[in-house]
Design a protein around this ligand. Structure first.
Ligand SMILES: [Zn+2]
Ligand SMILES: [Zn+2]
Length: 268
């Protein structure tokens, strides 16, 4: 499998994942035009090539471009939970909406071409949010963002992946001191909000065995985080938990403005 994080941050999220025979877009939180441009730039692909579009939940930073993408990728089904679909179905009112929707049920595997996708429930303030693990040919990737905390169940589902796209949304001190109204701060910090840099590192430590992993720090808040700070916090917490973790973990950045380099997952 190969993948590129096309965009990541509180303003828009999309990840492109492909195997030799399957091409999947996970979330469409930037405009259809930007998705098209970044797919081409990062992977040399077009929206027309997509076999499936998967959605995590209905927040605008995950579905902003879904209508445009669906319009271009006519043959690609949209995978979403019933709750997510109920929130976005109006986007599809001018076509046979039912034809486009494939229902996602947490913990029920989906086979798309040669990629097996495992959806799992996340705690987040949306209708029926999920995140996903992708497996193909003993290679695996989990994309886990938009969650207030990481449950033991999630850890058991995503353990053992070679690559993680993992939320490091905010620095708790920046958020507390920042200009957001208290109600918003409380929502972000709640069990249905987002993982802080520290939460992210602690969850990651629980996932690590003895293998080397690539970790893409994702969904950084523009207002309450900085890439340097996220990286520094995650590495210092990891080091504090176990000195050798830093030898195992390669941290990568993601950006709201540009796609990450198209990357091959290492085989096991
Ligand atoms: Zn989000
Ligand atoms: Zn969200």
């Amino acid at each position: 499998m190969r993948f590129s994080v096309l965009a990541s941050g509180s303003s828009g999220n999309a990840v492109y994942i492909e195997s030799d025979m399957t091409k999947i877009l996970l979330d469409a939180g930037i405009s259809g035009k930007q998705i098209g441009l970044r797919l081409k730039e990062a992977a040399g692909r077009s929206i027309l090539d997509l076999d499936a579009v998967l959605l995590t939940h209905e927040h605008i930073d995950h579905v902003r471009g879904v209508r445009q993408v669906a319009k271009q990728a006519q043959a690609a089904p949209i995978y979403a939970t019933e709750g997510t679909w109920s929130q976005i179905v109006d986007e599809f009112r001018d076509e046979t909406a039912a034809r486009r929707w494939n229902r996602v049920v947490a913990d029920t595997r989906i086979v798309i071409g040669d990629i097996t996708v495992t959806p799992f429930t996340v705690s987040h303030d949306a209708e029926e949010p999920v995140a996903y693990r992708f497996d193909c040919d003993r290679q695996s990737l989990a994309v886990v963002t938009d969650l207030g905390y990481m449950t033991d169940h999630i850890k058991s589902v995503i353990a053992g992946c070679q690559s993680y796209v993992l939320e490091a949304n905010h620095d708790v001190d920046m958020l507390r001191a920042g200009r957001y109204p208290w109600s918003v701060k409380r929502r972000i910090l709640s069990d249905k909000g987002h993982l802080s840099n520290t939460d992210s590192a602690i969850a990651l430590a629980d996932l690590l065995g003895n293998e080397e992993v690539d970790v893409y720090l994702a969904h950084l808040s523009e207002e309450n985080n900085q890439p340097d700070l996220a990286e520094l916090t995650v590495s210092s917490v990891l080091r504090e938990i176990r000195e050798t973790y830093l030898e195992q973990v390669s941290l990568h950045r993601t950006s709201r403005a540009a796609a990450t380099a198209f990357r091959n997952l290492a085989g096991v």
